[in-house]
Design a binder for this molecule. Structure first.
Ligand code: SPV
Ligand code: MG
Length: 289
């Protein structure tokens, strides 16, 4: 049921959102956070298991160093305590020969979508852009990986999303569009277009030109750098999934660091009282069943 829900939500709502989760606790935040505004309730539709955050919480760089077995453990931890659909960051998907096994495992455990990016060799985080050496895969090779993945899955609902790095690597709009159409032809169920620009213009231009030829394939965005854009605007522009890829990790780390510094400075913890939830709240946060 969980696996199939992502597609259903996209069909129902047109545009959905997802927030990163990297543990049982952050999974619970994604699952249970609700706000009320103008008489309406808002909550997240799905969860994103980010390679950046899954690596960072383990104190490791985002270079496909945290192996799949460990990444699957994270999924398991989150699934134990949540019900919302999961979008998994599959990095490059590794070799096609390995990717088929990843697809089968993700599908079997109930993940809804894997996103793989068209990079090859030592993967670095996309937000470094051209500041570090990163190589894009050939269209032929990446298409073969997508097709192998699609062949390997057993259900209709599991989705493979192809992530295009052309704008990140400054290869141009034409290259991004050419890849998008080729990846859809190879079997991709969705396209993620990534950008690290401060303005959303290139993402909007890509989507407009993609939509001129493809009205249905879902488009996914990760607006980390151009985060002034609202979900309503993304929806109007023809985008279907908006991922808040790293915000629980990025907000949690400074809070923890500050608390540690205050304790060291004062040689006691009294001064952290205001920043900490109460003992009563923490012991009651996770009720026993
Ligand atoms: C991640 O969250 O790991 C991603 C998105 O892949 S980004 O960090 O923007 O590359
Ligand atoms: Mg990643």
């Amino acid at each position: 049921m969980r696996r199939a829900r992502l597609r259903k939500l996209i069909d129902m709502k047109g545009c959905i959102n997802a927030i990163e989760a990297h543990s049982g606790l952050t999974g619970l935040i994604a699952e249970n956070t609700k706000v009320y505004d103008d008489g309406k309730a808002y909550q997240f539709d799905a969860m994103w298991i980010s390679s950046l955050c899954d690596s960072t919480v383990k104190g490791k760089p985002d270079i496909e160093l945290v192996d799949m077995t460990s990444r699957f453990r994270t999924i398991d931890e989150i699934m134990e305590v949540t019900t919302k659909p999961i979008i998994f960051d599959g990095d490059t998907g590794s070799l096609a020969e390995h990717f088929v096994y990843t697809v089968r495992t993700l599908e079997r455990v109930g993940v809804s979508m894997v996103i793989i990016e068209d990079k090859i060799g030592l993967k670095k985080n996309s937000l470094f852009g051209t500041e570090v050496k990163q190589n894009q895969d050939s269209i032929e090779n990446f298409c073969a990986k997508i097709t192998a993945g699609k062949k390997a899955q057993k259900t209709k609902e599991f989705m493979i999303c192809a992530r295009i790095e052309s704008l990140i690597l400054e290869k141009g709009m034409k290259d991004a569009l050419k890849r998008a159409f080729a990846y859809v032809k190879a079997g991709a169920d969705a396209i993620m277009i990534h950008s690290r620009k401060k303005e959303p213009d290139e993402v909007f231009e890509f989507t407009k030109r993609f939509r001129a030829n493809d009205k249905t394939t879902p488009v996914v965005v990760v607006p980390t750098s151009y985060n002034q854009v609202t979900e309503d605007e993304f929806k109007r522009r023809g985008i279907n999934i908006v991922i808040y890829a790293n915000h629980l990790t990025r907000s949690g780390f400074p809070a923890m660091k500050k608390t540690a510094e205050i304790i060291l400075k004062n040689h006691r913890s009294l001064e952290t009282n205001e920043m900490c939830m109460s003992i009563k709240d923490i012991i009651n946060l996770i009720p026993e069943e």
